[in-house]
Design a protein around this ligand. Sequence first.
Ligand code: NDP
Ligand code: OXD
Length: 309
Amino acid sequence: MSLVFYSRADDPAPWRDAFAAALPDLVFETDADVRDPAAVRYALVWKPPHGWLAGFPNLRAIFSLGAGVDALLDDPALPAAVPLTRMVDAGMGRQMAEYAAWGVMHFHRGMQRYANQQRACDWRPHPGTPARQFRVGLLGLGVLGEQAARLIAATGYPVAAWTRTPRQVPGIENFAGAAALPAFLARTQVLINFLPLTPDTRGMLDATLFAQLPRGAAVINLARGPHLVDADLLAALDADHLSGALLDVFHAEPLAPDHPFWQHPKIVVTPHIAAITMADEAASQVIDNVRRLERGEAPLHTVDRDRGY
Ligand code: NDP
Ligand code: OXD
């Protein structure tokens, strides 16, 4: 039996080593060296080309290298009867929480303005507000959002989260469902997007949503680029309705060199690094699932394809 690995963003070497140590009978192949597609039982993948997975007729499971599976679900030829699993935390929760907390403090303390002032040798302090008066709102409170919400709340910020179904997390105010979205947005000074990309959430960071945030609010998007309508963000920033944006994900990655986000004085761009799947933290989830499947058990962390996450 073999496992095929496909990613243009991850080095296969640490994964190969982890599988060799835990499952010595499993042949580990990358997309470049698959010998017999019919012998491939498992696929461990990040953004394979559409139709590629359909070329393995005996797959027993598709394991996503990421937490988000939107790129896989977009494949019209994704084998329908094969279980699809995703990474659940796998070391990413801590990284996402660090990134989100840094973003909150960046906006709360006006650091973008000081970065711009530095370039102009402009020594000018500005008044501030205490953390307890700077209201943070998360879209999504799943595996990753919850860890960020807890860390940010622990540093003294009032934190609320908007979810599809009601969620109880101590210290985090919850707003659930479409009807609760306006009240959630009206109280939010920095909005952090932790949603999966689904037909319901695509494009929801748009002019209508921004208009419901208080003047001067900031936006952090570390979920997926297509959640955001780029032109609407630029318009809200240029009209001074929004004060800043921290963006880790984009419609097209890498972000094109001529994209206006790169040079915008109110935008910070990072290259999809809010969290990185690291083999030493994540391989055990896949190894465990291979063992389960070989024993005839259902894998853990399967994606609900109808729900889209
Ligand atoms: P989960 O599936 O655990 O959580 C998703 C959350 O979003 C849940 O709280 C869910 O609500 C909520 N949600 C989904 N759809 C809706 C909706 N229509 N309306 C309101 N709430 C909704 O996901 P994770 O926390 O594991 O991951 C979140 C995303 O983070 C991933 O999908 C991925 O896109 C992104 N990501 C980005 C990374 C980066 O480096 N930039 C790294 C890793 C992930 P409910 O609780 O009711 O189900
Ligand atoms: C993920 C990501 O979904 O890195 O894991 O974006």
